[in-house]
Design a protein around this ligand. Structure first.
Ligand code: ATP
Length: 489
C-alpha cells in the first residue's frame, strides 16, 4: 500500500503512537501536513530537542531540551479538535524510564481523544516495553513520479537548459533522497548539460549516496555477454529475458524474473555473470557483502537486513548481487549467535519468496552443498545454475576472449588449441591469470609475450580444482540428478 494511504488508514483506525523511520524529515513533515489537511486535522505541533515546539505561536520554544515536558503538553492541550504531535529524534529518549512510563500513560488517557503522536527517527530504536503501544512504519524514498515532479521544478527554478529526458533522469535518481537530488541537480548549473554528462554525474552522486549507507556497493559495469566464454545455457537464459523488465513485458502479462543462484568454485565466472546481467538488462548493479549484515550489537543484524531490503526496493528496478552467500549461511557451521543468523536468513527467505518490487537477486556461492536447504527450495530463485569447470571448447573461447583483449591484432598468432588442451581443470580465472603471468614475465624481459610464456605460466599454476575436488564432484553429481542446472550445456 502507498505510504500516504497507509498513514491515513492508521490514523483513521486510531493508532495513537506512530513511529516513522526516515532520514528525510522535511519531506515527511510535508507529507504529514498534506495528509492532515486532507483529513481535516487542523493542528500540528512539531517538537525537536533544541527548539522545543517551534511551529505554534502559543507554545513557541516550549519544552526545549525536555522530552518529558514535550509529552506532557500533549495532555495539557485539552481540546476535542484533532491534533498531531510530531516529535523528532525521540528514539534517543525512548529508553528513558520516565519517557516510557509517560508514553504508556498517554496511551491510556488519549484513547478517546483525537490526538496522535508521530515520532520521526532515522532508525528503529524502541524499548521492548513499548512494543504493543507503538506502530512502526517506514517512509520510502521518493518514487519516480515524485522525483519527476521535483526535477521539473528544479530545472525551471535553476533555469537549466538541457536536452536530457527528465523521465530518464528521474529513473536514474531513484534510490536517492530529495535533498541529495537537489544538491546533485544544483551542480548542473556549473557543469556541461549534455544528456550523457548529466546521467553520468547522477550515477556518480548515487554511487556516493549508496556508499554512505555502508550497506550496498554500486557497481558500474561494462561487461557484455560476449565477455563470457562458454556458459551457453546460462547466456541463452539471460538473453531470453533481456526485455523482461520492460513495460511491454508487463503489458504482455509476464511475471518479472525474481533471481538466480549461481554456484561453482572460485573463478568460474559467477561475479562476471552478475555484472553481465546488469549490462544486458540495463539495470543498475548493487553488491551486498553478506558479511556486512552481521553486527555485534543485539538486533543490529536483523535491522541491517531490513535496511538492505528496503534500500534495494527503493532502488528498484535493479540487480542485487548477494556475493558469497554461503559464507554467511552455511548449514554445517555451528552458529553460536542465539539465532541471529537464522532470523536474518528467515527475513531474507521471506522477502525472496514474496517480493513485489523489481529487484532481481543474483546470489553467488562457491559450494551449493553448504547452503541451507530452505534457500534452495522452489520459489526463492527462478533457477539455480552450476558453473562447472570449462571444457575444451569453453577454454578455447576464454583464451580467445582474453587474448583478443590484450592483443586485438595478433591474438590469432597464439596456439589457442594447444593452450586449451593444456589447461584441463583450469577455471576461467586461472586461464586469465596464465595470460597475465606470461605478460609480466615477457614485459620484464622487454619483449612481447609468446606461446611459450603462456605454457610456462600454465605449468606454474596449480588449479584450485585439485584442492576443491570434492566440492566440484558433488556439484556435478547434483547437476546429473537435476537438482541444479548446468550453465554450459
Ligand atoms: P569468486 O568466487 O572468487 O568471486 P567467480 O566465480 O565469481 O569467483 P569471477 O570473479 O567471475 O569468478 O572470475 C574472475 C575473472 O576470471 C573474471 O573477471 C574473468 O575475467 C575471468 N573468467 C572467469 N570465468 C570466465 C569465463 N567463463 N569467460 C571469460 N572470463 C572468465
Amino acid at each position: 500500500m502507498h505510504f500516504e494511504e497507509n498513514l491515513k488508514l492508521l490514523i483513521s483506525s486510531r493508532h495513537l503512537f506512530l513511529y516513522i523511520v526516515t532520514s528525510e524529515e522535511e519531506r515527511l513533515e510535508y507529507t504529514i501536513n498534506k495528509i492532515s489537511t486532507s483529513m481535516y486535522v487542523n493542528q500540528t505541533y512539531c517538537w525537536d530537542f533544541i527548539d522545543g515546539y517551534y511551529n505554534n505561536p502559543n507554545y513557541f520554544a516550549y519544552a526545549q531540551r525536555n522530552p518529558l515536558r514535550a509529552l506532557e503538553l500533549v495532555e495539557q492541550i485539552d481540546s476535542p479538535t484533532p491534533k498531531i504531535f510530531i516529535l523528532k529524534d525521540f528514539h534517543l529518549f525512548i529508553n528513558d524510564i520516565s519517557v516510557v512510563r509517560k508514553i504508556k500513560n498517554l496511551f491510556k488517557s488519549l484513547k478517546n481523544s483525537n490526538t496522535y503522536i508521530i515520532i520521526i527517527a532515522p532508525e528503529i530504536h524502541i524499548s521492548p516495553l513499548l512494543k504493543n503501544v507503538i506502530t512502526v512504519l517506514e517512509f520510502p524514498l521518493p518514487n519516480v513520479e515524485e522525483i519527476l515532479f521535483e526535477l521539473q521544478r528544479l530545472f525551471a527554478v535553476l533555469k537549466i537548459n538541457s536536452n536530457v529526458s527528465l523521465q530518464k533522469l528521474a529513473v536514474a535518481c531513484k534510490g536517492m533522497s530529495i535533498e541529495v537530488i537537489r544538491r546533485s541537480i544544483a551542480k548542473l548549473v556549473f557543469t556541461p548539460r549534455y544528456s550523457s554528462e548529466i546521467l553520468r554525474l547522477i550515477a556518480e552522486e548515487k554511487k556516493q549516496f549508496i556508499q554512505q549507507t555502508n550497506l550496498l556497493e554500486f557497481y558500474s559495469v561494462n561487461h557484455t555477454l560476449d565477455d563470457i566464454g562458454g556458459l551457453c545455457c546460462l547466456k541463452q537464459w539471460l538473453k531470453k529475458r533481456s526485455y523482461a523488465f520492460s513495460k511491454q513485458a508487463y503489458n504482455y502479462g509476464l511475471p518479472t524474473p525474481q533471481g538466480l543462484l549461481l554456484v561453482g568454485i572460485q573463478g568460474t565466472g559467477k561475479s562476471l555473470t552478475a555484472k553481465v546481467i546488469a549490462k544486458q538488462w540495463q539495470l543498475p548493479l548493487f553488491r551486498l557483502d553478506v558479511g556486512k549484515v552481521f553486527g555485534g550489537v543485539v538486533g543490529e543484524s536483523e535491522d541491517n537486513i531490513r535496511k538492505i531490503i528496503r534500500l534495494s526496493e527503493d532502488l528498484a528496478p535493479c540487480i542485487l548481487w548477494v556475493d558469497e552467500i554461503d559464507k554467511a549461511f552455511n548449514r554445517f557451521s555451528s552458529n553460536t549467535d542465539s539465532g541471529t543468523t537464522n532470523r536474518v536468513l528467515s527475513t531474507l527467505l521471506t522477502w525472496l519468496s514474496e517480493k513485489k518490487q523489481q529487484v532481481f537477486v543474483v546470489a553467488t556461492a562457491n559450494n551449493v552443498l553448504c547452503l541451507p536447504t530452505e534457500l534452495l527450495r522452489k520459489g526463492r530463485f527462478d533457477e539455480i545454475f552450476f558453473l562447472d569447470l570449462p571444457d575444451f571448447h569453453e577454454r578455447f573461447k576464454i583464451f580467445q576472449i582474453h587474448l583478443m583483449k590484450v592483443r586485438p591484432l595478433t591474438w590469432n598468432n597464439y596456439n589457442i588449441k594447444y593452450l586449451s588442451e593444456l589447461t584441463e581443470n583450469f577455471s576461467g580465472a586461472e586461464i586469465k591469470q596464465s595470460i597475465i603471468e606470461a605478460m609480466h614475465n615477457a614485459f620484464y624481459e622487454k619483449r612481447d609475450f609468446d606461446n611459450e610464456d603462456i605454457i610456462n605460466a600454465i605449468t606454474d599454476i596449480i588449479p584450485l580444482a585439485f584442492t576443491d575436488y570434492t566440492a566440484i564432484s558433488s556439484m556435478q553429481q547434483w547437476a546429473k540428478l537435476g537438482k541444479v542446472r548446468l550453465a554450459s550445456r
